[in-house]
Ligand binder design. Structure first.
Ligand SMILES: Cc1cc2nc3c(=O)[nH]c(=O)nc-3n(C[C@H](O)[C@H](O)[C@H](O)COP(=O)(O)OP(=O)(O)OC[C@H]3O[C@@H](n4cnc5c(N)ncnc54)[C@H](O)[C@@H]3O)c2cc1C
Length: 608
């Protein structure tokens, strides 16, 4: 974790001026001192309770003893320390027992845990679950479920996916039927019985908390008894593993939610991942089979409620990907500084009588380190900026809040997906720097890669995010989001062009912006979604590179004039690397987008 803290300090205070958030009434009690105290605590817990056990949680996978899921003792201790720190409810109101911490600071603090051990976890699902209930739940649901989740008594899941329905949630078949004639008068919300299977549910079974609160998407059948096709029919339910009374105490009844099996994963093994059977009758409850669930919000509006949480969940995934990328960068930097191998090539070739040099002295190793730095610190800056926009959306003036909302619409798919792809590539480069040692379990970098490989898959796959960006986000509301982003990028260009050392990059960024704009139009020239979206992933790669290049240029503009700090030179070099080696790639990515190249879409199946 060598330079994470100074990097965060620079980005938060010298670039984003996060300390000025205390000018907002909500954050008036805060200052840089209180933010720093939060970082000190998180850094300490991550160093003592997370980092030493990252390999352990990878090798000691969760296991089921027929009754309980067993996790290493270290996971319990890390979880307890995390709960005791108050970070689960840090961003909540004082009345909720929270600290009213800005989301920007909460998000930044999360990187300490994720770089130390991403899969031990820092409550992302529990927070997301409880936050959703605060917005869409009834008073009783907030009191009984959300508040106990923020307090760490209960933990939370998001149960959307099913074995046959992952990307296409409209095809879920979990069924919810009213439970009894008085179903509508349950104080915890309209009561239903759920039946169905939920696949891939993270933290779906464990003993870390007293109870597990599943938030489950299911369909309420229409009057003909059939499930309504499409996303319209989807509703959202609270399904606790153990039933709870209005007083928040467990009633002693086990709900009909059964673990069908644990998934054995490539990485991220410290978190259990489960196939759950809801309502199969393994644990009959209150006289019958069917998991008891309480409706959240209105019937058929389940996805709308879920989408409320999507921006922050996706920023969370981007931060996890970035943190893993940074962890690999730091490990490979340390390794490169100490590994002697090879000799410099001079005009007369190599001199074998000379001692070997350390690999960090080879230009190709520096290339791989700079690539990692430019990907991971660029991604971190973008994500902190997105987190800052979330704060703006919640506490800014109405105009600023609206701008933040629109910008977040276009930036969120990038914030989730770009780090998932390029910080994973950073992990691959970290392995490469270690040579053969990187391919063994004696060094941590292979685990970072395996852990990171998840991020392109969950929370909307890469392909789905790309289709969302090109198919919806850049065209929605008359292209408002893209226009606003272009406006912000142009503002950075105008400032950069006035400084001789950044003028060339400013021009390159201007050209990249034009290219992305033209490609967006060309992709949609025939108004045929099939043609436009066939090349959505290369479009997203180019779009992401544009956004990261803009972010880097904006970051280096914040450096003090004539700075002599080595870290600032590092930032200027990483930005330059990105402009010289990465940004030019967008031409190749955009070419098939502009021409609506049908090579992939029209490939006959039998020709593979
Ligand atoms: C470790 C792990 C943890 C997870 N945690 C949770 C969780 O806590 N809760 C939860 O609900 N889910 C969770 N998921 C599920 C995850 O969100 C899904 O795996 C993901 O949405 C993809 O669904 P799928 O696996 O069924 O793949 P599919 O949807 O079958 O996709 C397979 C491939 O087809 C592509 N594809 C699918 N549809 C299209 C399309 N229309 N156009 C173009 N390409 C398409 C996809 O991009 C992908 O490459 C988790 C998954 C994993 C692996």
């Amino acid at each position: 974790m060598s330079s994470l803290r100074p990097t965060l300090d620079f980005l938060l205070y010298e670039w984003l001026h996060a300390e000025r958030l205390n000018e907002r009434a909500r954050f008036a009690d805060h200052s840089r001192e209180t933010f720093d105290a939060v970082f000190d605590t998180c850094e300490r817990i991550a160093r003592d309770k997370y980092a030493p056990f990252n390999r352990l949680v990878d090798t000691e996978e969760p296991r089921f003893d027929g009754e309980k899921v067993i996790l290493p003792r270290a996971t319990h201790e890390a979880h307890e320390a995390f709960v005791a720190s108050g970070m689960l409810s840090a961003a909540q109101d004082y009345e909720e027992g929270g600290m009213q911490l800005p989301y920007t600071i909460e998000a930044a603090a999360g990187t300490f845990f994720a770089t130390a051990s991403v899969s031990i976890g820092s409550g992302m699902l529990t927070k997301g679950n409880a936050n959703l209930l605060l917005v869409h739940g009834t008073e009783a649901q907030k009191e009984v479920f959300a508040r106990n989740e923020f307090a760490g008594r209960f933990s939370g899941t998001m149960a959307l996916s099913e074995p046959q329905a992952g990307s296409s949630l409209s095809d879920i078949t979990t069924r919810a039927t009213p439970a009894g004639a008085d179903f509508d008068s349950d104080p915890l919300g309209p009561r239903y019985r759920l039946k169905g299977n939920k696949m891939w549910i993270s933290a779906g079974e464990h003993e870390l908390a007293e109870n597990i609160v599943h938030l489950v998407l299911a369909k309420i059948p229409g009057p003909d008894g059939k499930l309504i096709p499409g996303t319209r029919g989807i509703s959202l339910f609270i399904v606790p593993k153990k039933l709870v009374g209005l007083d928040g105490q467990l009633t002693g009844e086990r709900n009909d939610v059964a673990l069908a099996g644990l998934n054995h994963k490539l990485g991220w093994r410290g978190t259990t991942n489960t196939l759950l059977n809801f309502g199969e009758g393994k644990y009959p409850v209150r006289g019958g089979a069917g998991a008891i669930g309480y409706l959240v919000g209105k019937p058929h509006e389940g996805l709308r409620c879920m989408f409320h949480m999507m921006n922050e969940a996706r920023i969370g995934i981007g931060l996890a990907a970035t943190s893993l990328g940074l962890a690999g960068y730091y490990a490979s930097l340390d390794y490169a500084k100490s590994r002697p191998q090879g000799r410099p090539v001079g005009p007369a070739g190599k001199d074998p009588t000379q001692p070997q040099i350390r690999i960090i002295e080879h230009a190709d190793i520096k290339r791989m380190l700079l690539a990692q730095k430019s990907y991971c610190e660029g991604a971190l800056a973008l994500l902190l900026q997105c987190a800052r926009l979330v704060d703006e959306q919640h506490t800014g003036t109405p105009e600023a809040a609206e701008e933040a909302r629109v910008l977040l619409e276009v930036l969120t798919p990038v914030a989730k997906s770009w780090p998932s792809e390029f910080c994973l590539e950073a992990n691959s480069l970290a392995i490469q720097i270690h040579g053969g040692y990187g391919y063994t379990r004696d060094f941590p970098v292979e685990q970072y890669w395996r852990d990171n490989r998840l991020n392109m898959i969950h929370e909307g796959t890469h392909g789905i995010q790309a289709a969302d960006l090109l198919g919806r986000k850049v065209v929605m509301e008359g292209g408002k989001g893209l226009l606003l982003l272009a406006h912000r990028i142009n503002a950075t260009i105008e400032r950069a062009i006035q400084q001789a050392q950044f003028a060339e990059d400013a021009n390159a960024l201007g050209q990249a912006l034009q290219k992305v704009g033209a490609a967006t139009k060309a992709a949609w020239a025939t108004a045929n979604p099939g043609e436009a979206l066939a090349n959505a992933v290369p479009y997203m790669q180019a779009f992401g590179h544009l956004v990261i290049a803009w972010t880097w240029l904006d970051v280096v503009l914040a450096l003090p004039a004539a700075s002599t700090r080595p870290a600032d030179e590092g930032r200027v070099r990483a930005a330059r690397y990105f402009f010289h080696y990465e940004l030019p790639k967008i031409g190749a990515w955009l070419r098939p987008v502009e021409t609506r190249d049908p090579t992939c879409a029209t490939m006959p199946e039998e020709a593979f």
